[in-house]
Design a protein around this ligand. Structure first.
Ligand code: C5P
Length: 205
């Protein structure tokens, strides 16, 4: 059973995907981390995140890099969003994601194009959304708790820019698959959103 969870930044898709993986006993891949690794590595190696060397995406990222907290920063997210526009980068990461998805027993993957490109045959596809205001408020509290200095306005502007880049790109843009189930988390607690996601998946499997 493959469960595809797509949606914009700070929609709650990562939390929901992790909870679904735990509930159904499946391995989970946060595919955003792969794009973040490419963007961060491009900068570390003195390359251009807007035009990263595709060989970077083809190389194996070590666990130390994928577990590095820096990868979860807003800066790494921005670099990922720039690097991920490139068809060659997406292509280089495609097989790795498909291999993860096709494990016996299934898997949960979250990202932007899991239901549309990586696993179009997934048993259940969720598209998790929330208003920009709700997402900005969540991200703001998250960053404050990490001691980062930001304003709500800066975050809302960054989210809107990232949405526009992810939805407007030519290859694998952020959009719900035709058969995706929509889950708007704007007015839901984490617990309610997870519960609803489990119900939606159960309805499809
Ligand atoms: O999900 P996360 O915020 O970690 O993703 C960072 C960026 O990586 C996104 O803004 C998007 O540009 C890119 N991404 C993507 N396709 C995916 C996952 C992430 O293009 N499947």
């Amino acid at each position: 059973m493959i469960i595809a969870v797509d949606g914009p930044t700070a929609s709650g898709k990562g939390t929901i995907a992790r909870a679904l993986a735990k509930h159904f006993g499946l391995p989970h891949l946060d595919t955003g981390l792969l794009y973040r690794a490419v963007g961060v590595m491009a900068v570390r190696l003195g390359g251009d995140p807007d035009n990263p060397d595709e060989a970077l995406a083809g190389c194996a990222f070590d666990d130390a890099l994928l577990n590095d907290d820096h990868l979860r920063s807003e800066m790494a997210g921005g670099l990922a969003s720039r690097a991920s526009r490139h068809p060659a980068v997406r292509q280089a990461l495609l097989e790795r994601q498909r291999a993860f998805a096709s494990q016996p027993g299934g898997a949960v993957l979250d990202g932007r194009d899991i239901g549309t490109v990586i696993a179009p045959d997934a048993a259940a596809k969720l598209f998790v959304t929330a208003s920009v205001a709700a997402r900005a408020a969540r991200r703001y509290h998250e960053m404050l708790s990490r001691g980062e200095q930001v304003t709500l306005e800066e975050i809302a502007a960054d989210l809107a820019a990232r949405d526009a880049r992810d939805s407007g790109r030519a290859v694998a843009p952020l959009k719900p698959a035709d058969d995706a189930l929509l889950l708007d988390t704007s007015d839901l607690t984490i617990g309610q959103a997870v519960q609803r996601a489990i119900e939606l998946v159960n309805g499809r499997t």
